[in-house]
Design a protein around this ligand. Structure first.
Ligand SMILES: Nc1ncnc2c1ncn2[C@@H]1O[C@H](COP(=O)(O)OP(=O)(O)OP(=O)(O)O)[C@@H](O)[C@H]1O
Length: 241
């Protein structure tokens, strides 16, 4: 199986504090991998390094075998990502926001870009609301618009930082269904962070539990529950103690 994201001995020091400590893990093709830890554990910091927004203090990250720090553009060619909150212009429509962002797809001519925008709006269920101003979108719709944006470049990997932050149970359910259908239909590998286990429990095949910048456990859900003969929530809480 192919490694899509490879994190090798990565540490990050911020303000003289080591907020990521020697992390090593792989996200394999086809995984929906949950990156789970409490507030301040280091999830966003790691995801920022994986998308080349900041550099590791030590170690290396590869996407599709390409070093993110050395060759960011090439490494991120097939990556869609939302790190922290997706940012859109509130006073223009969802469709227009996406059309502007699609211009960054230099591999596509304008006609293809516009077609792509309609395709991703349809995929995330916003086609009928595409002409509404973003300021009138619910939080769930903004998150879906964020996912639509991350799909504009036909990614094979999507990295989502706390995608369901602030969503109500219906919004969370819609988001889970969207992720599952994208993984299945387009063979997209997902790397998703959350501080809530139950939100990812229904969709992930693999988990990485972290706390205070360290990996506490990595594996697939079946081995975790069989190991401990407890439910996943209990096991997670044990790790976090
Ligand atoms: N720019 C910065 N300067 C100094 N410390 C920082 C900076 N950014 C983050 N940190 C610290 O690094 C640690 C990890 O933060 P990070 O945002 O990665 O955690 P997180 O797991 O994403 O948390 P949350 O679930 O709250 O988003 C925290 O202790 C945070 O205070």
């Amino acid at each position: 199986m192919k490694s899509m994201i490879e994190v090798q001995n990565v540490s990050k020091t911020l303000n003289k504090r080591k907020v990521i400590q020697n992390m090593t893990f792989n996200v394999m093709k086809g995984d929906i991998c949950g990156f789970i830890g409490p507030n301040g554990a280091g999830k966003t910091t790691l995801m920022k390094m994986a998308t080349g927004l900041i550099k590791p203090s030590e170690g290396e990250i590869f996407i599709n075998g390409i070093n993110v720090q050395r060759d960011r553009e090439k490494a991120l060619f097939e990556v869609g990502a939302i790190i922290e909150v997706p940012v859109f212009f509130e006073y223009i429509t969802g469709r227009k926001n996406l059309r502007n962002l699609a211009r960054l797809n230099i591999g596509m001519d304008r006609k293809e870009q516009l077609k792509k925008v309609e395709e991703v709006l349809e995929l995330v269920g916003l086609k009928d609301r595409g002409n509404d101003l973003v300021k009138n979108y619910s939080l769930g719709m903004k998150q879906r618009l964020g996912i639509a944006q991350s799909l504009l470049n036909n990614p094979s990997i999507v990295i989502l930082d706390e995608p369901s932050n602030g969503l109500d149970p219906i919004g969370m359910k819609e988001l889970r269904e969207l992720i599952l259908s994208l993984a299945k239909e387009f063979d997209i590998t997902f790397f998703i962070s959350s501080h809530l286990l139950d939100e990812l429990q229904k969709i992930c095949n693999k988990y990485i539990f972290i706390k205070e910048g360290c990996i506490k456990w990595i594996g697939d859900v079946n081995s975790l529950v069989i190991d401990k003969e407890k439910d996943l929530e209990e096991v997670f809480l044990d790790f976090m103690e």
